[in-house]
Every structure is written in C-alpha cells, then in structure tokens.
Design a protein around this ligand. Sequence first.
Ligand code: PEP
Ligand code: CO
Length: 447
Amino acid sequence: MTEWHPTSWQQKPARQQATYPSPEALDATLQQLSLLPPLVTSWEIESLKSQLAAASRGEAFLLQGGDCAEHFADCNSQIVTNKLKILLQMSLLLIHGLNKPVIRVGRIAGQYAKPRSADTETVEGVTLPSYRGDLINGPEFTAEARTPDPVRLLRGYGRAAMTLNFIRALSDCGFADLHHPENWDLDFMHHSPLGEEYQKVVSDLAHSLKFMETLGSARNQELNRIQFFTSHEGLHLHYEQSLTRQVPNRSGYYNLTTHLPWIGFRTATTTDAHVEYFSGIENPVGVKVGPGMSQQWIQELVERLNPRNEAGKLLFIHRFGAQRIGEELPGLIEAVQRTGQQVLWVSDPMHGNTESTRNGYKTRRFDNILGELEQAIAIHRDCGSVLGGVHFELTGDDVTECIGGARGLDEEGLKRAYKTQVDPRLNYEQALEMAMAITRRLGGDDR
Ligand code: PEP
Ligand code: CO
C-alpha cells in the first residue's frame, strides 16, 4: 500500500472525471491554483467538525441545502442572497421547533461539478461529451462548449471566492442580526399561506431574545452575526487536490476549497480514487448512501474514512427514495452500530425520489420527499440511532420544479418557471414548508 498524499488517488480508478484535450494545459492550471490563497481555513473546518459531533449526539441539527448545481452565471447578488435568506429562515424555524442549535451548511461556493449517468450525449446523430458542470464544460450542445476546458477551474475558484466573500460579509453585519430577521424576508412572504406561521415563530423568537437580554445586562454580540459553512461534492479530484494543503501548527492535510466536501453515491466505491482521496483529509466528509449499498461496504467506508474514530468526522447522507428506505436503511444503521462508531446520519430525501413526467420534466413530488423524511425519522428512532440533519436541493427563488406543496403545484404548472439544468429543487415556499414539517415531526412533544 502506498502512503496517502493529495495525489495518491491518481493510482486508483477514478470515475466521473473529465478528459482534457491537453494534459499540459490542465497541469499548468493546477499549478496556478496551487499557489492561490485557500477559500476556507482549518479553524473553520475544525469548528464545524466539533459542531457536527454535537449533531451526531443529537445536541444540534444540521441543515444542508442549496442548488443541485451552481452555475457561473448565477454568481450574482440576488441569487446568493435569496439562497442565504431561505436557509436562514429554515434554520430559524428549526431552532425554534427543535430547541437546539442548527448548523447551516450551503451547497454553495463550489458546487460546480456534476456526476452524469453517461459520458456522452447524442442528439440527432451527433455525439458529444456530456455536460459535467460549469467547472468542466458548458451546457450548450456544441463541440466547443462540451470540450473540457481547464480555464474553467480558475473561473470556478474565482466564482467560489466571490460567493464566499459576499456570504462572509453578510454573515457578519446587520443582515445577519437575529434582532432583525425581517432582513431575511423574501418577497413572497406577504402573500403566502405559510407567511402567518413563519411570522409567529419570528415574533416568539424576538420575545425570547428580549427576555434573555433583560436577564443578562449586555447585548450578546454572538446574536448579531451568524455562522454559515460551505459544502460541495468533491468530484473533480484534480481541483480538490490543488487546494489540499498542510497548515501551520496542525498535522495532516486540509481540503481548503470548502468546509464539508462529500463523496457522491456514484463514486463511493471503497477501492476507487474518491475514497482514497477523502481518506487522507482532515475535513469532516460526507458520503451519499443509496440503494444497493451493502453492510460490508458501509463498514469499509467507516474504516477507510474515519480510522481514528474522530467525532464529527463522518456523515452518511442517505438517499434511498420513499419506496426503498424502509427495506434498506435499518440494516445499514445496524452495520454501523456494530463498528462502534458514532457517525452523523443525515437524510437527503431528494435524490431517491426523482421521476419524469409525461410531458418530459424531471421532477420530484413533495409528498415523496416528505414521506422519505418521515420514514427516516421513524427508522432512526426505532434503531436507537440519531437522525442529526437534513440535506435538500432548494433555491430561494420562485421556481416550479417539484410537484406539490401548499400551493398544490401540478404537472401542468411545472412549465411556468422550470429553470434547473440538472435536478429539480424545492422553491422557497416548498422549502419553508418542509422546515415546518420537520419541526412538527422531530420537535417538541412527539420526541
Ligand atoms: C447530488 O447531490 O446532486 C447528487 C448527484 O447526489 P447523489 O450522489 O446522491 O446521486
Ligand atoms: Co442533485
């Protein structure tokens, strides 16, 4: 066995990687990336890890969400702010309903690479490489757009840095002040059937804050700012490698592109390159767990990805679909329990519930999403395990991509604002409704 190094994954089979026409051009770009400043710091990563450890014990709750794929063109003020707003609003509902701290993690500032089911796409007899996300190539069906271009890696780094810069500025000023959650209102709140319930929670929280501040004499500075972490699928291993570094006064290597990278379901084979790369970094790491994963496989993942049994280090993000979770999840929970490790279990009720409508839209039904989540809660409870978080594909915008929810969006309605180029996302209203549903099922009396 060779020793781990940021490049040791290159000795293993790597799935879902792009083929660049010029390996020299790729190398030159990676060289440039390796000299640029990190996007996140080891302090932030370690802080997140200890918070995730609390979530694995049921003392905190993880809310992870954002786009299926970010696009370079969406790196603008409104889209970033709206995403932040919906995640902040959901987190308020969860804090209030679950009565515990909520760890906010966006699929943001780097979610630019996508796994695809086929390497190529054929349209009217023309075959081109599949679109793999803006980090790699363009979605337009032309040979030029679809050819992987390493310059996109630099552009992706730049977009991630700009997004993160804006998020950091917003998180540390008046915008994030818990005394003024009206800053997070999205336009729709004023005419939404859910508006009233949300406003009630906000006013409850305002009262609690006032009460706390009356007891303690000073205003708590911590309440004027929020913590917000980033995550993305660590799919493009060359990109991840170029920002994987040692830092002063700590041992080991950190992936400094993001706080929480995860391994997609399609690349979670233990003998392959992704697990090799992820086995050597100090960040907390997620693994998507889906249909067909065996007990032995999940135990090997535990062994490879968290050999020191570090708290908060390993997240299993399960996504079976409402139909299959009941038969698949209990055995895997028991298999992990037999390893003696405490991992953080997270439900992604999106990726196992994708379907196509008769009119050709890729969609997900609100009822199936909620159905999987409800089953996840019940199964963990029955197994004596903790469901410590949720993972959603959502947007702060008014899109029509998932069917159902309070407004009863139907198949016909999908076409009004169907914008995703990859997976369908919950819109702002459906996302908020989902947060309310979670608090009803996980919070308060029914615990
Ligand atoms: C995703 O999270 O967008 C994704 C592709 O998920 P999975 O690896 O679970 O299919
Ligand atoms: Co997706």
